[in-house]
Design a binder for this molecule. Sequence first.
Ligand code: IMP
Ligand code: MG
Length: 171
Amino acid sequence: MAQTTLISRAQIDQRVAEMGKQITADLQGTEAIALCVLKGAVFFCTDLMRQIGMDMALDFIQVSSYGNEKYSSGVVTILKEPMLEMRGKAVLIVEDIIDSGLSMREVHRYIEGRGAEVVKTATFLDKPAARKVDFKADYVGFSIDPQFVIGYGLDFAEKYRNLPDVQVLTD
Ligand code: IMP
Ligand code: MG
């Protein structure tokens, strides 16, 4: 398989800093929780949190994903529930990439169901042309064409997560 760089480390750092500033301005004064969607968003989430200039708790959620396939099964189940009390809080869901939108629609609904007062979504990458259900993130790092990408947390069959930049994986 071949790999080509799509988004460089410098572009990532600059965009994440911008997103952090905007989120700080929007969530200032709230009791906020960053809810990192395991496992892919871990890299983005830790960088983003360090660019947010207000106190923020951290929690994790994990949903079923692609398994070892490049395409979604379309069925989303919650594999790991968050630990923190969400009632009355501002929850910032932090995701690596939105593709069909199925995962985020499910996580968003679930967090609303836990009584969060504000639910926002920050995604590092967005593939708007790949949507199967309508879902719009509040904060988007980069919109990309519907191609399969790896690196900066994103994997293919659990490989390539620790690449420092974003690369396109082609057969
Ligand atoms: P959705 O439910 O179809 O929106 O899928 C979102 C999830 O699929 C993401 O959180 C990723 O784990 C995975 N995913 C979607 N596209 C890619 C990709 O291009 N590379 C790696 N993982 C992807
Ligand atoms: Mg994911």
